[in-house]
Write a protein that binds this ligand. Sequence first.
Ligand code: ATP
Ligand code: MG
Length: 571
Amino acid sequence: MAKSDPNTAEPAEVRSHFIREKIEADVRAGKHGGRVVTRFPPEPNGYLHIGHATSINLNFGMAAAFPGGICNLRFDDTNPEAEDVEYVDAIQQDIRWLGFDWGDRRYFASDYFQQLFDFAIRLIEKDLAFVDSSSLEEIRKQRGNFYEPGTESPHRGRSIGENLDLFRRMRAGEFADGAHVLRAKIDMQSPDLNLRDPIMYRIRKVHHHRTGDEWPIYPMYDFAHGLSDAIESVTHSLCSLEFVDHRPLYDWYLEACETEARPEQTEFARLNLNYTVLSKRRLLQLVEERHVSGWDDPRMPTLCGIRRRGYPPEAILQFCDEVGITKRDSVVDIGLLEHFVRDALNFGAPRAMGVLRPLKVVIENFPEGRVEELDAPFHPNDPSFGSRKLPLSRVVYVERDDFMEEPAKKWFRLAPGSEVRLRYACLITCTDVIKDPKSGEVVELRCTWDPDSLGGAPADGRKVRGTLHWVSAEHAVEAEVRLYDRLFKEENPSAGGGDFLASLNPDSLEVLSGCQVEPSLASAQSGDRMQLERIGYFCVDRASASAGKLVLNRTVGLRDTWAKEAKRASS
Ligand code: ATP
Ligand code: MG
C-alpha cells in the first residue's frame, strides 16, 4: 500500500466503485436533470461510529465529486422516544470533525410532518391508504410470512370518507395509542412482505424534541424516508444493504404520491470491523451498563471515542477510501484502521520522550548541579516542526523494560557492564545494580558516562548498538498514561447472536501513574498528539485540565501488525 503524505497537496488517487460509476452514468445521461443531490440521514438516537463515517464519506464525497453536487444533512427524527438533542449536537460535531460541511442544508424529517401528513391524505383520497383498527398483534398475523400470503384486514373496505375522518381525528389526538394505524393499501398477496399493506402512521402520544406535543401521530420510517428524499429533491439516496427489500416500497410511495422529484435508492454494504460492535443499540448498552466510561470512552468505535483516543480525521477518511464501497458484506480488520492512524501520525505528530515505567539511573561521574541542554528535532524528517531543548542531568529515568540483569542473547540495551546510548545525549555504561534489600527488586542503576560522546559519537568511533529513551529526573513532568487494548477479546463479539458482553476484554484499559515525560510536554494542551519515541502515539486527554496533571491516552502502538500480515499474505 502506498504511503500518502497528508501534508502535501497531492490529491489522493480516487478509487472508483459501483455507486460512483452509476452516478457518473446518470450525470452523463442527464438523468435527474444531470444533478447530484445526496443526503446523510442519521437518526439522532445515539452517537456516530466508524461505520457511519463510511456513509458520510460516501454521501459528502459523491456530492463533492460532481460539479454543483450537494449533500444534505437530514436528521431522521421520526421516532421520538429514543431521540434527543444531545445526539443532534454530537452528530454535527462529529461530521464537522471529519471535515465535511452541509452549509445551510441541515434538515429534519420532523420539518416535513405537515407535508407528510398531506401526502397521507392524498393517498387516502386515492383509496391507496386506510385506517386500520386492528391491534398490532392482529396486523402481524395478517401479514403472513415468506411462505404464506397475507390476509386482508377487516377494515380494509372502509370508505374514503370514513378513512379521512378517522385519520384527521387520529391527528387531532382523539384516540389512544394503538387504537388505530394508517396503512397503505397495496397487496396482501404480494410475495414482497414489505408491500403487504405496510403501516404508515402510528398513534404515539409522546413528546418530540423538536415538535413538542404538536403531533400525536408519527410516520413510519419507510413512508417518511423516501418522501423526505423527494421533498429535498435528492437524486441519489444511498443506504445500506438491509434496505434492498424496502426499495419496491420506497418506489411505490413516490409513485403513489406523484412526487415531482424521483430519488433513486442504491444500497451498499455496511462496514463491519472485527473486535468491535457497530450497532447503536449495543454501544448504548455498553454506556448505560457502564462497561465503558461514556460514548467518548477512547475504546469505543464512536467518532467521539476515537477522536479522544487521538485518531486523526484524515486517517479515518483514508481508511474509508481504502475499504471502498461494495455490494457484499465483509468484515474489515481493525488493524487496517490502525495502520492508517499510524501512517498519518508518523507524518503529523511531533516526537517526545517519556518513560512509562521509570527506573532511576544515577550517572556517577556527571557533576551534581550540571545541566546540559541538548538540541533535539521534534520530527526526524520534517524540519518545519522545529526543535526543543532536552536537559540532561546527573539523575535520569529510563524504561524498566530496557534493563535486564541477566541479559538474553542479542540484548543491546542496559545490563550490568553494557554500554548504551541515551538518545540525543551521550553514552552510559552500567556499573552497579541497586536492589531493595527486602523484595530484591531493582530500584536503581549506577552508571558512568563518556563526556566525549556528548551530543554525538564517541571520540574513538566505537559502535554502540542500543539507544534508549530517557528523561532527566529533575526536569521531568509526571504523567498518567492510559493504555488501551481492544474492547473485545473475540474477533466477532456478536457471533451466534449470544451475549456480546461475555467477550469484553477485561484488560482493555491499563492506567499507569507516575510516568515521567520530557519538560516540553508541560505546556501540552488537550487533544495534542505526539509520538513517545520507541513506545507509541499518544494524545493529551481532556481529563488533564480537571485532573491538574498530564493525562495521556495511547492512541496506537508503533508496531504495524497489519502491514506485517499483509506482507506475509502477499509473499
Ligand atoms: P446502527 O445500526 O448503528 O443503529 P443505523 O443505520 O440505525 O445504525 P442511522 O442513524 O440510521 O443508524 O444511520 C445513518 C446512516 O448511516 C444510514 O444511511 C445508514 O445506512 C448508515 N450506516 C449506519 N451504520 C453503517 C455502517 N456500519 N456502515 C455503513 N453505513 C452505515
Ligand atoms: Mg437506520
